[in-house]
Write a protein that binds this ligand. Structure first.
Ligand code: HSE
Length: 404
């Protein structure tokens, strides 16, 4: 099997390295040798072992009929989208790590792949090296998946872990993440939750079999999480994680991204630093959790190469994927029911009495080093309901989802 790589950045170079270092096991698993025939990039890589494969002309790949599979590790919508479209139309299979493109055009490219007896594969687009997509498509097929929850962004999980363990604020955690190369100079996609939003949109699309528009997923990142929130979390024996959530019941599906205070019983409490985890709830199976490295050169490249191997085994045969272009209508977040963590100015003994009248049976925490404010957990209610009650609370500061 001869392949090409579009985009020779971190992940693209990782793909070449995995194919080289694990060549024997890959050949054994794929049933044939996998050879990198061309690499498309604007740059030259004179000292790279694949230097002679580099081209700057996409036409060199499109016209080369020896190439059967193309790995797209360019990122971004364009030109990756146009290249993908032309390759699939020409009957080539495309393997990608590009979550932005998959979230926006996944259904369209799957349709194009089907029409041309090819495949569009995107294991590496969610959770880096963790085999999430294949598990969902191949293993969890006897179940009705009613819930997905995940720590789907390594950068923000690293930052939240630093804020918790080193008692640093958001700005210091971001600086450290940037120094370590986890966060980009413009960290918006990670810290504002957009990266996580695209990933939960992809997973929800696969579960519903319809196109979830990621712009319909209510998204809040971690920029508003304060050191004080972690002090309350510690007092409740809890932690704070940025979760992508998608829940389906008889009324429909609700999906969102937000910082969530998770109780000490949650499996997510043990998922720290750049690790990701995703929990699927099946109506027969119960809960299944997958955890591992959700980002980074080799874990992501490993997932890309696993798709290349899978496609080599199935070459010439389209494998259907349950994800049509029909739009999935999501329920309004206001209807979502949860418990909540709320902060307000005053003290639990005085102003807190009024809070009890507004919210019902609430549970206070008394963290060290917090003065002039109090915090509590509410009983279950809808988002719309909690927002309305917060308006009646004197000195109201903030609310956050709480999951017991
Ligand atoms: N920026 C992403 C993260 C990369 O931190 O998880 C992997 O999608």
């Amino acid at each position: 099997m001869k392949i090409a790589i579009l985009g020779y950045g971190t992940v693209g170079q990782g793909v070449a390295r995995v194919l080289t270092e694990n060549a024997d096991i890959i050949e054994e698993n794929a049933g044939e040798k996998i050879e990198v025939r061309r690499i498309l990039d604007l740059r030259e890589f004179p000292n790279d072992p694949f230097a002679d494969k580099v081209t700057h002309d996409f036409g060199d790949i499109l016209k080369d009929r020896e190439i059967g599979i193309v790995v797209e590790t360019m990122g971004g919508l364009e030109p990756a989208g146009s290249f993908t479209s032309r390759l699939l139309s020409s009957g080539r299979s495309v393997v990608t790590s590009n979550k932005e493109l998959v979230a926006s055009h996944g259904a369209e490219f799957l349709e194009l792949a089907a029409a041309n007896n090819a495949n569009y594969m995107f294991e590496a687009s969610v959770g880096g090296g963790i085999p999430i997509i294949r598990t969902l498509r191949d293993s969890l097929v006897a179940d009705n998946i009613t819930g997905i929850e995940g720590i789907l962004n390594g950068t923000t999980n690293y930052m939240l872990t630093a804020m918790r363990d080193e008692n640093t604020d958001y700005a210091a955690a971001l600086k450290k993440a940037q120094e370590l190369g986890y966060a980009e100079r413009d960290p918006s996609a990670d810290v504002e939750g957009w990266d996580c939003c695209r990933k939960i949109a992809i997973l929800t699309s696969l579960v519903l079999g319809k196109q979830v528009d990621y712009r319909d997923v209510s998204t809040k990142g971690i920029t508003g999480v304060e050191t004080a929130d972690f002090k309350y979390a510690a007092a409740f024996g809890a932690d704070i994680k940025l979760l992508g959530v998608s829940k389906t019941n008889s009324r429909g599906t609700c999906a969102f991204v937000a910082p969530v205070m998770v109780s000490g019983k949650s499996i997510f409490c043990s998922v720290n630093d750049v690790y990701n985890a995703v929990l699927f709830k099946g109506n027969m199976l119960g809960n299944v959790t997958l955890c591992g490295k959700g980002a980074g050169m080799l874990p992501t490249a490993s997932a890309v190469v696993s798709d290349v191997i899978d496609e080599t085994r199935n070459y010439g045969k389209h494998v259907p994927v349950k994800w049509s272009r029909e739009k999935a209508e999501l329920l309004d977040l206001g209807t979502y029911k949860s418990r909540f963590f709320i902060r307000a100015l005053g003290s639990a003994d005085e102003e807190g009495l009024k809070a009890r009248l507004i919210f019902g049976d609430i549970q206070f925490a008394d963290p060290k080093d917090i003065y002039g404010e109090y915090g509590f957990l509410t009983p279950g209610m809808t988002v719309e309901d909690v927002a309305g009650r917060c308006q009646k609370l004197d000195g109201y500061i903030s609310w956050m989802f709480y999951e017991g």
